[in-house]
Design a protein around this ligand. Structure first.
Ligand SMILES: [Zn+2]
Ligand SMILES: [Zn+2]
Length: 100
């Protein structure tokens, strides 16, 4: 039985492997083994780009979370400290009204 599956890029070549990413058939020259999986050039590029993007995205998220957390923490500290100081020093309007 002769298989009629041809390479996605080369119609005159018989497909040797199937891409793990897109499921298309490719010849030996068009497919690359990446992390134990056979991928075409387009899927390989997409995979490596996705890994790089997700890595930097995660790093940026961690940095942003640290920055926001630090700012919020210091703001809360100053805010509560200022609020309690204000409550201690400022005369209460209700006490003033009761005195008169
Ligand atoms: Zn592919
Ligand atoms: Zn090919």
């Amino acid at each position: 039985m002769i298989t009629k599956t041809r390479c996605f890029h080369h119609e005159d070549r018989q497909a040797a492997a199937r891409c793990f990413g897109c499921g298309n058939f490719f010849c030996r020259e068009c497919v690359t083994e990446h992390e134990g999986r056979l991928s075409c050039a387009a899927c390989l590029r997409r995979q490596t780009a996705g890994i790089a993007a997700s890595g930097s995205w995660r790093q940026r998220t961690v940095l942003a979370a640290m920055l926001v957390g630090g700012l919020t923490g210091s703001w809360l500290l100053f805010y509560t400290a200022g609020w309690s100081l204000e409550q201690l020093t400022a005369p209460s309007p209700s006490a003033e009204a009761a005195g008169r």
